[in-house]
Structure formats: structure tokens, C-alpha cells
Design a protein around this ligand. Structure first.
Ligand code: SF4
Ligand code: SF4
Length: 407
């Protein structure tokens, strides 16, 4: 975004406060400068030369989760996410924390397998320290990319071919979800491709104001994925979907057009009857009371949470009368709210991040659910810091449980 567009966008704000009541940082701190309106006012003052990007000023802009709730509630549809991403490019040169974190992130992401191998000998120590400070869940194991060369999973009687954009959290923390996805798509008769040259989607760099680095990563992913002859590119992470679909056109002038969130792609594609006849028995009877945690980028940007609910209920209804029923009672918290992750936010503002997490977990607990279902690996990571008494499933695991035959 150029400076003129940025100024025009922030001038659109009429200070109505519609963005305030759902803002997680405002709900946590109850301060005007922790709302989108407050942050826009600060930016206004900055471009008019009335304030300088001091440490405190920068903190107010960094202490935003980039969750999208404000943009979703703004009656003027101001693209507040682009405003806040651009603001970070402005403050970055005046913010030591961002500069140092950006420098380290650039090294770490350059070769993630090398980074993981370097920290592996100290993993237990790092885990203990970070878990104690509530910066990450206990027992997280970082793993190298499972695919040293492009992974291809062939399907019997194939009807199509899809590529999976795994995303860094799944690739390096929850790789079992990639195999879950492969089994699900194979069961639906899609061949599955995992390109080994996939890199970070770029969001972590944008959130640190490193637009040029984000562009480099976007170009690399575009180069990789646009060449694949696939019907769809599917991600199991709403943030990656938003990045590939919405950010890339603005960053590199080219969006990957056939990108889908898992709930969007699978809508209407699961015919349990045909799977039953070809797939054999269920792995086990499932009878679960689970609460749905809807990730911010799904709720505020993709706006397809109803499709996830519909998908789960479809699995449930279609098998209700079989010998091995798959039955999920899908519960809702009183209010869907942010898990408090926000990438670097959870490190820079760990107290606020854990407070937001605590409030969200309280609401999930009130449902007395036996499990949590969500669609985002980063939410799983964050929720695991506070939820130890019940499993947290990614949607793909639930689908796999419902449609794949006994192993
Ligand atoms: S809802 Fe939109 S117009 Fe109203 S204060 Fe917030 S950003 Fe400004
Ligand atoms: S993106 Fe989220 S945290 Fe940031 S101002 Fe908007 S609602 Fe608040």
C-alpha cells in the first residue's frame, strides 16, 4: 500500500466505536488506545506530525493481534488489517524489539529444518523454560519437514488432484495433520501433493513490518504452487488461506486463485454412502460432546464457520443409523473469542495473551464438553497451553475419523 492510500484509509474512520466491543485487547485492558479506533487515531496523529513513534506509541500498534474482528465490525468496511500491516512497516525502523525479532525470524525461517536441528539438543530445556513462562505448551516437539522431496499420495480410481499448503505450524509441530489430510483426500479419491519447496506464507513477516521479506516468500510460494497441475490448493490453516488468497494479490500482484480452506473445499463433497460401500467399517464408534472453537481468521476473514459446523453435522447425520455410529454433539461457547495467540503477540505481550486465552478457555469449559474442535493449528498450539484435561482436535482429524476405513 502506498502512503496516499494509507492516509485515505485512516481518514475514512468516523470514530463511531463499532470496532471496540469485540476487540480482544480492549476487552483485556479496557483502554481506548487498545481499540482499532484508538490505534487509527494514533496513526492519524502520526501522519499529521503531531506525535512521534516513541516506544509507547509503537507498543500500542504492536499490541494488536491482527485478528480482524474490528474490520469485521466496522460499518464502513475500512480495510483495517491492511492499515495495521502498513503501520508496522512505518514503526519498524523505530522499534528495537521488532527489528531484533525480525532479524532472528529471517535467519530462523531461511532454513527451518536447519534451525530445528540446531535447537533439537536443547529442546527439553527450551520446552521447560518456555512452558513455565506460558509461552508454549509443554511437550511440543519441533520436527523437520517430513517431505524431503515432493510427497505424492496416489488415490484409487482418482477423480482429481489437490496440493496441500501445510503451513509452518503443521509442518514443524503437528505433521500428523498432513498425513490425516492425505488419508482423507485419498478416501475421497483425490491424489494429494505436498510440494517440498513450500515456504512460510509470509504473515509472520508482515506482522513484523517486513513487507519486502513477505514479498520474497509470496513469490516463492507462487512459483511453486502455480506450476502444479492441481484442481485445488488446500490449507488446514485459516491464516495461511487468508495470506495466499487475500495478501498475495496485494503483495505480488498475483493471487493463487484455486486456494481453499478445508471447510470450503469439502462442502458437499462427502457422500458417506459411497464411502461406506467402498471404505469398509469405521475405525471405532465415536460418541463425543465437543465444543467448536472458531479461529479469528476463519470468523472475521474467511467467514465460513457455518460451513465447518455444517460439515461436522453432515458426518454425524449420515452415519447415525449405521452399526458403528459417528456422533458428535457440537456445542458452542456463549461467545466465540480469540485464543490470544497472534504470533509474535503471544511473546511480546505474554501476560495479555494468556489473559485472553484464560477467558476463552473459561467459556469453552462452561459447556462441559469432552473435547475441543477447531480449524487452526495455531489455536491448537495456544489452547494446549491451558487445556490439559481434554483433547483438542483439528477438523481434519474428525473428518478422518468419520470417513476413513479401519487401518
Ligand atoms: S468501526 Fe470503523 S469507522 Fe467506526 S471507529 Fe472503528 S474503524 Fe472507525
Ligand atoms: S485486529 Fe483485533 S486486536 Fe487488533 S485492533 Fe482489531 S480487533 Fe483489536
Amino acid at each position: 500500500m502506498n502512503e496516499k492510500d494509507f492516509i485515505n484509509l485512516i481518514r475514512l474512520c468516523v470514530k463511531c466505536g463499532g470496532c471496540k466491543t469485540q476487540c480482544p485487547t480492549f476487552l483485556s485492558r479496557r483502554e481506548e488506545t487498545e481499540t482499532a479506533r484508538g490505534r487509527v487515531k494514533l496513526l492519524h496523529a502520526l501522519v499529521e506530525g503531531k506525535v512521534k513513534p516513541t516506544k509507547k506509541f509503537n507498543e500500542r500498534l504492536r499490541s494488536c493481534l491482527l485478528c480482524g474482528s474490528c474490520a469485521n465490525h466496522c460499518p464502513l468496511n475500512i480495510d483495517l488489517m491492511e492499515v495495521f500491516y502498513h503501520a508496522r512497516t512505518i514503526i519498524r525502523d523505530h522499534d528495537t524489539t521488532m527489528a531484533i525479532t525480525g532479524f532472528l525470524s529471517k535467519i530462523a525461517f531461511k532454513n527451518t529444518d536447519l534451525t530445528i536441528n540446531m535447537i533439537k539438543p536443547f529442546q527439553k530445556l527450551i520446552n521447560n523454560r518456555l512452558a513455565k513462562r506460558k509461552l508454549m505448551p509443554a511437550n511440543v516437539q519441533f520436527t523437520e519437514n517430513q517431505f524431503k522431496k515432493t510427497g505424492i499420495f496416489m488415490a484409487k480410481n482418482k477423480i482429481g488432484r489437490v496440493a496441500i499448503f501445510s503451513g509452518c505450524t503443521i509442518k514443524h509441530i503437528y505433521p500428523e495433520l498432513m498425513f490425516s489430510a492425505a488419508r482423507v483426500f485419498n478416501a475421497l479419491r483425490y491424489e494429494v501433493v505436498f510440494p517440498t519447496s513450500e515456504v512460510c506464507c509470509g504473515v509472520p513477516f508482515r506482522s513484523l513490518g517486513m513487507e519486502a521479506t513477505a514479498i520474497t516468500y509470496a513469490e516463492r510460494n507462487y512459483e511453486t504452487f502455480s506450476k502444479l497441475k492441481v484442481d485445488a490448493i488446500i490449507s488446514l490453516c485459516p491464516t495461511c488461506v487468508v495470506s495466499l488468497k487475500k495478501h498475495y494479490p496485494a503483495l505480488i500482484g498475483n493471487g493463487l486463485e484455486n486456494v481453499y480452506d478445508i471447510s470450503d473445499f469439502l462442502r458437499g463433497k462427502i457422500d458417506m454412502d459411497s464411502i461406506d460401500s467402498s471404505g469398509g467399517p469405521r475405525r471405532k464408534t465415536v460418541n463425543l460432546r465437543a465444543v467448536f472453537h472458531e479461529p479469528c481468521h476463519q470468523r472475521n476473514e474467511l467467514k465460513n464457520g457455518s460451513q465447518t459446523r455444517e460439515l461436522i453435522n453432515t458426518l454425524r447425520r449420515q452415519q447415525h443409523d449405521t452399526a458403528d455410529p459417528f456422533d458428535i454433539e457440537l456445542l458452542e461457547p456463549n461467545r466465540q473469542s480469540c485464543c490470544g495467540f497472534g504470533g509474535a503477540f503471544s511473546v511480546f505481550f505474554s501476560d495479555m495473551s494468556n489473559q485472553i486465552l484464560g477467558e476463552t478457555v473459561k467459556e469453552l469449559d462452561k459447556t462441559n464438553a469432552e473435547a475441543v474442535i477447531t480449524t487452526c493449528p495455531n489455536c491448537i498450539f495456544q489452547l494446549s497451553k491451558a487445556i490439559q484435561d481434554k483433547p483438542i482436535y483439528h477438523l481434519i482429524e474428525i473428518i478422518e475419523e468419520a470417513i476413513t476405513p479401519q487401518a
